[in-house]
Design a protein. Structure first.
Lengths: 361, 361
DNA sequence: TGAGACGATGGTAACGATCCCATTTTCGGA
DNA sequence: TCCGAAAATGGGATCGTTACCATCGTCTCA
């Protein structure tokens, strides 16, 4: 049983068996042009008997469309992207598209190669969560090749014609921090993957569209503080790499160095896990001595004690929206940006409460 | 800026620009046949200047291989499959393959359609975690089309030539239950998605290759009990649908109806979460009054209190192994099954301890 | 010096569908 | 019965690449 030389039936075989020309057979099967009912049936019967399956490659050669979209994300294993991927997959399937997936491990070189391969396979469009917001030459080039691009979760301002679908991270952060402020907290720390963007001015909020999620969340924190007349303190920002262990260490340091803190806001699910563990190990009572807000409503938020207050982001909808946007760009056949920002949602549970000294200062 | 009529450079353009025939240009770029160094350079230069990118569709038409594999799984959003997908993606990339992903929501009709579409796109092989172990006609048909198949995590004995890559669930379960038995537990409950397979005989262990994971885990539980001379009791099996809420209810019922139980083994991560929540709500002290073992080592296992003892399964490696197996089948160009069973690992934490009455009976 | 081998190159036929145009058939109405 | 329009069908050309074969020069060795 050798593999390649298995010649599956072609439309010519079907046509021959049905006793018609291949043009007619093609029309009968693809339902275009006009074919008599009798012929259609005969062709259909022949196709069924031969187990005919049209060769999508040949079809795409002619039509110029592959009915396939590419997806380029840093890590399918990550909960956020996995769920977003489910949204992408569902939206694509419902529109009759298939998905070529590349997981790039956050490596720019791999991302470049992935995009190139996808372009070689002539996908109709690409949903991408780019590694870098600046080095996007490989994405810009796609536009010249007639491949639609939609940016998921991470901006890339140089890719002019690409739509940008994201959660409004600034707003989501503001939700979280305002909740703490409303409870009476004044000394609020933050565990963040980002540092304040250079040259950031609080009065230029529209710029936030060009921020990556981590930076946007930090900006939302600052905005909320200012909105309440509180001062932003550099030392309240615990910078952490994107890893549970790093967040654990960063949080320990933050709390040890700043005993006056009464609340901490974590800007990502991974960071939330690390921070939560740090609180446990430091034996700091939550929410009595410290309020904690996490990001992303994962399974465990209701299993731990105290149950975790979080800002949830609609990952699934994000994937759906990005795909719908991409497909509509492909269908509309024009380069028009249709950016969309989805809203996060605050879910209050037991890890946030009034600070011990509320009203005492 | 209209989209489709953007004619990207073809090899003919490159050949013209370099002043050679397209055969020579093709040889120079794809590095086969023989071409003089000078010509090769000239062609390469022309290709670079035109931004030439070979059309993979046309290439595949001729060569008969797409350098693409299909992946069909029930849910990319699920932690196990997401991580396995990461393994698949990595292994595929390293071998120069791309991945067409279909997430079928556990729906047989969608799985059939996905497989059909993948076959139409002429993938070189498919990694599939089938919905059903019996209704596999669509997979069997693939073999006749020269498309290699590897089964991930779920068997399908009718698909003769397909390799089966799975965790040894029977063994993994035995690990978990033996741990409980070693601690002195005698009345051990189980939360399971499966019922005992019909006609199951404890003395026919080789049959376990044809069991789906949930059934295999249940069988491992029974095996371990028998191995220790304990009786299997039907009423100790809490049957639950694959959902946290269902597992929560099933566990509540199990513990309420059988107060003599001193330990519970959960056969899946989702079920573990539900069972853990049930224990919390019933205010049963764990591990003092009840030991609990979960499945799959998720983030939260170390965040909850008590930290959860689990059987971990190597999801990432499973994806890698399945892909490597598939690719080697494709390369070997022959139909030979190379089944592989990976081992689970027991991670002892704080949710398991000696039963209160240990030694008392 | 001539035969043979080999390197380098060009021309053309595939691959399997769709698209376009020409031709034949059908059918309604005068 | 005949005409014209519309329906039905067939015959290429085409997409962009690789596979295959033929050709032509150059080099080597007897």
């Amino acid at each position: 049983m050798s593999r390649p030389p298995l010649p599956s039936a072609t439309i010519i075989d079907v046509a021959a068996k049905a006793g018609v020309s291949k043009s007619t057979a093609a029309r009968a099967l693809a339902r275009y042009g006009s074919v008599s009912a009798k012929t259609r049936e005969a062709v259909q019967k022949a196709a069924d008997e031969l187990g005919y399956q049209p060769n999508a490659l040949a079809r795409s050669m002619i039509t110029g469309r592959t009915k396939t979209i590419g997806v380029v994300i840093p890590d399918v294993g990550n909960h956020f992207f996995a769920v977003a991927m489910r949204g992408i997959s569902t939206a694509a399937r419902e529109a009759g598209y298939e998905v070529l997936l590349s997981s790039t491990e956050g490596d720019l070189a791999l991302e470049r190669r992935a995009v190139e391969l996808l372009a070689g396979k002539r996908v109709d469009g690409i949903v991408v969560a780019p590694v870098s917001t600046e080095e996007t030459g490989h994405l810009e080039r796609l536009e010249g090749q007639g491949i639609a691009v939609t940016l998921l979760d991470r901006p890339a301002s140089r890719v002019k014609a690409a739509s940008f679908i994201s959660v409004n991270h600034v707003e989501a952060s503001t939700l979280a921090v305002n909740h703490l402020i409303d409870l009476g907290h004044r000394e609020i720390g933050i565990v963040s993957e980002a540092l304040m963007p250079e040259g950031w001015e609080p009065d230029a909020p529209q710029e936030s569209r060009n921020l990556r999620p981590s930076a946007a969340r930090l900006v939302g924190y600052v905005n909320a503080l200012r909105g309440a007349g509180l001062r932003f303190r550099d030392e309240y920002v615990a910078r952490s790499a994107y890893a549970k262990a790093a967040a654990y260490e960063a949080t320990r340091r933050l709390l040890t160095d700043n005993p006056q803190l009464t609340a901490v806001y974590c800007t990502d699910s991974e960071l939330s896990a690390g921070a939560f563990a740090a609180l446990q190990d430091l034996k700091i009572s939550c929410p009595k001595d410290m309020s904690l807000i996490g990001f992303d409503d994962q399974d465990w938020a209701t299993l731990v004690r105290p149950r975790l207050t979080v800002v949830d982001q609609p990952s699934y909808q994000l994937g759906m929206a990005a795909t719908e946007e991409l497909l509509s760009t492909i269908a509309a056949d024009e380069d028009r940006r249709g950016d969309r920002m989805l809203s996060g949602r605050l879910i209050v549970r037991d890890s946030t409460a009034r600070p011990r000294s509320a009203g005492g200062r």
